[in-house]
Design a protein around this ligand. Structure first.
Ligand SMILES: O=C(O)CCC(=O)C(=O)O
Ligand SMILES: [Fe+2]
Length: 284
């Protein structure tokens, strides 16, 4: 099925919205009638943008950056990246390890909506077991978490599309969004996001999509005190500020990537984040 975004389709979608149909209902209706996640999400995203930004058909799949890991286009010293009508600021860029901090990646409304959608589905976070197959509850991680399916809701699809464009990495190569809530005192001790090839459980995990090669942690609120994302190897603390996000990439599953990182204890209030992990291959 070709899924070009014709003027008629756009008009139909606009009429539905004007008639009070929610974006979510429209998105689910499009999926049930055979639309692909990315195309359906694009139609709805474009409705918010000036007509000059509309395209007649879905754009070609996101081109991979040369390096083989996700990477934003920061050529020519860009400080603001225009992604799907959002002005994403580049607040900090470090070469090695590759760490980029973005300002205004998500709107406050998007942060609130994502946290609310996740709230009822949180359970004590698990991490990959070290000894045998499967995952286990781990004292190093005292947050509660949940995973959305990729493209599960219109909001997930919209955020996933924005991530894909920002980091030039296909939506298909990303895991579903994970949402974590840390209550006061909760933390995530320093760890690597790649799967340790020496762990017994890694072989099975790697069959689906291969290694993780990049992470984007999005802050869904601003904890009053504490909760920074810390990178002990390079002594960098990224403060958790609502709507901002920190990206880092790792081209091999090796501590030499200097991507050791953790979530510092939350000292007051709560901390909410969404994490997107990107794989080297398609995660289907
Ligand atoms: O909460 C944080 O700041 C870090 C989260 C994290 O490391 C992860 O989700 O893998
Ligand atoms: Fe992590």
């Amino acid at each position: 099925m070709t899924q070009s975004i014709t003027p008629e389709l756009r008009q139909w979608a606009q009429q539905q919205i004007a008639a009070g149909v929610s974006r979510e209902a429209l998105y689910q209706a499009m999926l049930s009638s055979g639309w692909r996640v990315e195309a359906a999400s694009q139609v709805l995203t474009q409705l918010e943008q000036p007509a000059a930004h509309w395209v007649a058909a879905p754009r070609t799949p996101t081109a991979l950056p040369k390096e083989g890991v996700p990477e934003p286009d920061l050529s020519a010293g860009r400080s603001v990246l225009e992604i799907d009508g959002h002005s994403v600021k580049v607040l900090l860029a470090l070469q090695h390890p590759r760490v980029v901090v973005f300002g205004g990646f998500m709107t406050d409304a998007e942060c609130d909506a994502l946290a609310e959608a996740a709230r009822g589905r949180l359970s004590r976070s698990e991490t990959v077991a070290t000894a045998d197959e499967g995952s286990e509850v781990n004292a190093a991680r005292t947050s509660e978490g949940m995973f959305f399916e990729r493209g599960e809701t219109e909001l997930c699809a919209r955020i996933e599309q924005r991530i894909a464009r920002l980091l030039r990495w296909p939506v298909t190569h990303g895991e579903g969004l994970q949402v974590l809530r840390y209550r006061r005192g909760a933390e995530y001790l320093p760890h690597y996001d790649y799967f340790d090839p020496k762990h017994a459980s890694s072989a099975a995990i790697l069959k689906r999509g291969g290694q993780r090669v990049g992470t984007l942690v999005m802050y869904l609120n601003t904890p009053p005190v504490g909760g920074a994302t810390v990178f002990p190897d390079i002594k960098l603390d990224v403060m958790a500020i609502k709507g901002n996000a920190v990206f880092f990439s790792y081209d091999r599953p090796d501590p030499g990537t200097l991507t050791l990182h953790g979530g510092a204890p939350v000292q007051e209030g709560e901390k909410w984040v969404a994490t997107k992990w990107m794989r080297e291959g398609a995660f289907e």
